[in-house]
Design a protein around this ligand. Structure first.
Ligand SMILES: [Fe+2]
Length: 453
């Protein structure tokens, strides 16, 4: 039996290859993914892994490696090592010498650990294939491209730190019983004045020169990953995007359009809400099933006679999260004046105010406060927060999607809110919120129109 399991994840890769009772893992997701990956491996019956391959040294690909090495016997660790001159640090900010030094140390530590408990194989141009059972993957992008362009005397980028580790990604191709598989890691298709690395994804596609049945879309389907030329060759039958469905739709819709154009009958799957296990049948037939679906998030409207518990949580959140710090503000938001206005608006028929809890598996995990105005369909979000103990793992994103869905069903056509911090904006930007000026109190106002996304 030959299978490829895309374990549920958002914005990280963790792909389990299974062939006749043998297993290997391509990338290990974030550190936070370790438990979920281990649990899934247990469910599938993995006792040991022939190898783990890290396609490039980014946190969403190597994060769980130490935890998994402790948890499972692993035959080999194939490591595409850190270049040491990444353009950005782990959180997407411009890298500094210090952040690169720390990341290099991190990489060396992981390599040492791999040597201790497994066998380390550093990926370079001499490592051309990796295999597990019937899968024999050819590797692409095995050179240390980032360093080469930085150091090579004939490089127009000599001495310039302008490339990220994605440029070092190892892509993989294999043909099992006539079924073709391409795992694109985070390889990008940057146009460069250096022929060897100019639009590498196009170069890989040209070398492979075949249609692809199962395509792990490079770099979570972000911008600049493929061209019409690549897709004209690959015409992917199944494309798997290791990212959030809605974020990809909103931010990288052009990529999806290209995919659909190249392969009108193709299927695009996203690993945010569930994983997918593909099976290659005896005759090479490819089929898939959903695995480990994420529990659904629903909204629970708080009846106006039960709002006291809500207010208690609300004021604690405003203070603990530093949304309000001024004692006068604390008084105002704890006071009857503010609360009675909201309560009044909750009772009215028109332009109703909603206080809701987000509920997952019977547990209240967050809350929101918003109002929908009937006249033009404006939905103004006053508060949106996830209770501290449930934060992380994309919970905020899923709660927001649940809110947006409910609000749209209740007539919301566009959404507005005040955003005060850069950190908050980073979260809301992914949903398409854009600054449109200031409100009547001078607070920065942001808007998102789903139909324009
Ligand atoms: Fe990534």
């Amino acid at each position: 039996m030959n299978k490829i399991h895309f374990i549920r994840a958002y914005w990280s890769d963790n792909i389990l290859i299974e062939s006749n009772g043998r297993f290997a893992l391509i990338d290990t997701g974030y550190e936070r993914d370790a438990e979920r990956i281990s649990k899934y491996l247990d469910e599938v019956g993995v006792k040991e892994l022939d190898f783990i391959l890290i396609t490039h040294f980014h946190k969403d690909h190597y994060g769980s490696l130490p935890a998994l090495l402790k948890r499972f016997p692993v035959g080999k660790v194939y490591m595409k090592k850190f270049s040491g001159i990444n353009r950005t640090d782990g959180s997407g900010r411009p890298a500094t010498e210090e952040s690169n030094r720390l990341e290099m140390e991190n990489c060396e530590n992981m390599c040492r650990l791999a040597e201790e408990v497994s066998k380390l194989v550093v990926i370079d141009e001499h490592v051309t294939h990796v295999s597990v059972g019937d899968f024999d993957f050819g590797l692409f992008g095995t050179t240390d491209a980032v360093r080469e362009m930085y150091e090579s005397p004939d490089s127009p980028y000599r001495g310039q730190v302008i490339f990220g580790e994605n440029t070092n990604s190892v892509a993989m191709f294999c043909d099992v019983q006539g079924t073709t598989i391409y795992l694109g890691a985070d390889a990008n298709n940057q146009p460069l004045d250096y022929p060897k690395y100019d639009r590498v994804n196009d170069q890989f596609a040209r070398q492979i020169g075949r249609a692809i049945d199962l395509y792990k879309v490079p770099h979570h389907c972000c911008g600049g990953i493929f061209s019409e030329e690549t897709l004209e060759i690959f015409k992917p039958r199944y494309s798997v995007v290791t990212n959030w469905w809605a974020t990809v739709q909103r931010s990288f819709g052009a990529n999806l359009e290209m995919l659909r154009k190249a392969s009108p009958d193709g299927t695009i799957l996203y690993t945010d809400c569930c994983g997918y296990a593909f099976t290659i049948g005896e005759n090479g037939n490819l089929s898939y099933e959903e695995i480990t679906p994420l529990p659904k998030i629903t909204l629970e409207e708080i009846p106006s006679e039960e709002v006291d518990a809500f207010w208690e949580k609300h004021i604690r959140y405003l203070v603990e999260d530093g949304i309000i710090t001024d004692p006068e503000d604390i008084d105002y938001f704890s006071g009857d004046e503010y609360r009675s206005v909201i309560l009044e608006h909750m009772k009215r028929e028109k332009d109703r105010h909603h206080l809701v809890y987000f509920v997952r598996e019977g547990k209240r995990i967050g809350a929101a406060s918003y109002c929908i105005y009937q006249e033009d369909g404006q939905c103004f979000i006053l508060d949106f927060w996830i209770f501290r103990e449930f934060r992380g793992m994309g919970t905020g994103h899923y709660c927001y999607y649940a809110l947006e869905e409910a609000a749209r069903a209740a007539g919301a056509k566009y959404f507005q809110m005040n955003i005060h911090t850069a950190l908050a904006y980073r979260f809301w930007k992914a949903f398409g919120y854009k600054e449109i000026g200031v409100d009547e109190w001078g607070d920065p106002l942001y808007e998102m129109r789903p139909d324009e996304q």
